[in-house]
Design a protein around this ligand. Structure first.
Ligand code: GTP
Ligand code: MG
Length: 147
């Protein structure tokens, strides 16, 4: 079954949106298979966002993601990588449609509430970076076969 890495960023945690965000993915039918509230080291943040190393906002991005606790998660389900991205909305909240997480809760591109893996390769890399094998559970719900 497909898995993706999602993270409530520090702004989402500070704004008490963990429950709201978890609830949206649960209601969609996806299964939470790993989760932890954690602070992020600069080393992990830089590795996670390595693809943006040359971008002018890289320092700001790393400062922000290490500024307070994040809620890191692994979710599982049919097409969860691309569907989660659609549920998150566009990177810049100005362009994010209402009904998406960023469209409903965010106002600036730097503080856009949630991260989600953007491809199967990213999902595999990010799950491995943020979670140990024992932290990602494997359990089956009967209803999973229907949705
Ligand atoms: P993530 O799920 O967080 O990776 O977002 P994304 O995949 O929708 O966007 P992308 O990977 O291109 O950018 C990573 C993150 O960098 C974004 O979520 C933003 O928080 C941040 N970011 C992107 N562009 C800008 C920018 O112009 N200024 C600032 N401050 N941050 C930016
Ligand atoms: Mg990205």
């Amino acid at each position: 079954m497909e898995k993706t890495f999602l993270m409530v960023k520090p702004d989402g945690v500070q704004r008490n949106l963990i429950g709201e965000i978890v609830s949206r993915f649960e209601k969609k039918g996806y299964q939470l298979v790993g989760a932890k509230l954690m602070t992020v080291s600069r080393e992990l943040a830089e590795e996670h966002y390595a693809e943006h190393k040359e971008r002018p906002f890289f320092g700001e991005l790393v400062d922000f993601i290490t500024s307070g606790p994040v809620f890191a998660m692994v979710w599982q389900g049919n097409n969860v990588i691309s569907t989660a991205r659609a549920m998150m909305g566009k990177t810049n909240p100005v362009d994010a449609a209402s009904g998406t997480i960023r469209g409903d809760f965010a106002t600036s591109v730097g503080m856009n509430i949630i991260h989600g893996s953007d491809s199967p390769e990213s999902a595999e890399r990010e799950i491995g970076l943020w979670f140990s094998a024992e932290e990602v559970l494997s359990f089956e719900k009967t209803i999973q076969r229907w949705i």
